[in-house]
Design a protein around this ligand. Sequence first.
Ligand code: GLU
Length: 455
Amino acid sequence: MIPIKKYSQEIVHRSTITNCMSSNKPIYSPNYYKEPGPKLDKESPFESMMERFRFAAEILKLDEGMFEYLANPVKQVIVSIPVVMDNGSIKVFEGYRVIHDNVLGPSKGGIRYSPDVNIDEVKALASWMTWKCAVVNVPFGGAKGGVRCNPKELSIGELERLTRRYTANLLEIFGPDRDIPAPDMNTNEQVMAWIMDTYSMRSQKTETAVVTGKPIILGGSQGRKEATGRGVVTCTLAGLNKIGLMPNKSTVVVQGFGNVGSVSAELMYEQGAKVIAVSDISGGYLNKEGLNIPEMIQYSKENNNSLEGYPDAEKISNDDLLELECDVLIPAAKEDQIGKHNAHKIKAKIISEGANGPVTANADSILDQKGIMVIPDILANAGGVTVSYFEWVQDRQGYFWTEERVNRRLNRMMRSAFDNLYNVSEEYNITLRQAAYVYAINKVATTLKMRGIYA
Ligand code: GLU
């Protein structure tokens, strides 16, 4: 086994983010790492990404120039978004769009609305999108966007004005052949409809392919909503097969009961797995005899998207949920859930990352030493962007597929991505996560070499 190298967290930032479009500012270079040093338990998502990137870069023997090129985003944009609130006052929000890379094609990635989203997080998520698209072989680069706001405190009208002004500020960035947003945390198909409409109004024609994750009636794809959870389950089933466990003999724990978590739980339940615990913002719910997932989904729907008060389960804490004895753990809530503080307490045989970045880089080697198979986010949750790709293809053709066709193709692409990475991991004797980075970085670097550097 190639050991996971330890690097210190001392990374020198030399980027200055400006309030206008900035591009090609080098931020990371191999020279900026000093080793060895004490590791912090709390990592920023970007540091977690860089730790893994650096490991793969060493295996691939990336030269310094290529390293710098691939570590740094192509473009980072910060915009001010003034919104007239319902009471007539003006409130200014901050919005971001980071294009990490567009070597493989137009950049692709979601937009999240959250009170604590920041440029560091968006940068990490944009790079993950690059590697994610490469892993599942869709012809896109990576991007991510965000607006620092609390959508729960905004009225529907305020949310619409915020979305339209954010889009208006980024008209030169977005485009069906340039950069294609999608939903992410706290954004949904309605938000995508507003982006599509704003962009279309400004270009004087309907441009459905400028966003994915739209309502089906506006050119969205069948199966897009369930795609991420469906992809998680395809990978989980492939993982169970590798360790010789039948789905209907396995126990499953799911953290998060939003779109990804609830679909993953439901599909594992349909496979005959015993889903013993799930959680949402109100806490964890355990029933060792197995939860009735369809009933819980219905309960949550009727209870303002909350499982609070669900009767047929014991209430447990989120921390306890992660540490339960089970075969499969699906963290499908948010970043940084499994770190150095709790990785040694995890008892699952497989961790299938429904969320982006639920395991910190610090936890990787601990989980590996425990023999846990981690199906990394850039593979496990790539079903969403895979069906986004199908949606973009359908929009451009003006020809729409049945749900059955979407699911069949999704399953095929996810399964072949899993098998491919499994082979890479065997070939190099590395983990699936390391294999994913090695494969993705190699693909983007090879493409870049062939394209050459424009001067
Ligand atoms: N936000 C999703 C992700 O993190 C989907 C991105 C997309 O479909 O472009 O993968």
